[in-house]
Design a protein around this ligand. Structure first.
Ligand SMILES: [Zn+2]
Ligand SMILES: [Zn+2]
Length: 171
């Protein structure tokens, strides 16, 4: 789906790629729970005189992530600008990824963008969302959501070291 037609890029100089990726698409494996609705991807690939392929565009999606403290869903919006530069791997070189530099095989008919877009998505999603900076989270002992109820657990009971202290004091 996210493939850039290199022959067309050669002919036309620029190619647009627009995709609406549903949450169950393989591209979003492991990330699917973050989205309710398709991830909208709009890209434009151009070829530079030096042979590089430059892909610029945006990724937009509605997010639904669990609050890190209370696990209630937090709705947000992902809006990321991307710029990807692919360097020709050369006639004999193996196509391989080396850190930040992306290579592509000029002889191939197309350039697969899915892994790069997946990486951009992972970087763009903040995994540490909270529903509110004041969120009180779940009680680690009984699991009660402390934003909506007050449980009878006390912090003292949480730490087993206190039991030893109390036992000493009662002797
Ligand atoms: Zn919360
Ligand atoms: Zn509790």
């Amino acid at each position: 789906m996210l493939r850039l037609d290199l022959a067309r890029l050669g002919r036309e100089g620029a190619v647009r790629i627009e995709a609406s990726v549903p949450p169950d698409d393989a591209l979003l494996d492991g990330l699917e729970s973050s989205f309710d609705v398709p991830v909208e991807i709009r890209l434009r690939g151009t070829s530079a005189r030096s042979g590089e392929v430059i892909v610029r565009g945006s990724i937009e999606a509605d997010l639904r992530q669990p609050c890190r403290r209370c696990l209630e869903p937090v709705h947000g919006r992902l809006s990321a600008e991307v710029t990807l530069v692919f360097v020709p791997a050369g006639p004999s070189a193996e196509v391989e990824d080396d850190g930040g530099v992306r290579f592509f095989d000029e002889r191939a008919g197309e350039l697969d963008l899915s892994e790069s877009i997946r990486e951009e998505l992972i970087l763009a999603i903040d995994p540490y969302v909270v529903c509110d900076p004041e969120c009180r989270g779940l009680c680690p002992r009984c699991g009660a959501n402390r934003n909506i109820e007050t449980c009878s657990c006390t912090d003292e009971e949480l730490d087993p070291r206190w039991d030893a202290l109390r036992a000493l004091r009662e002797e």
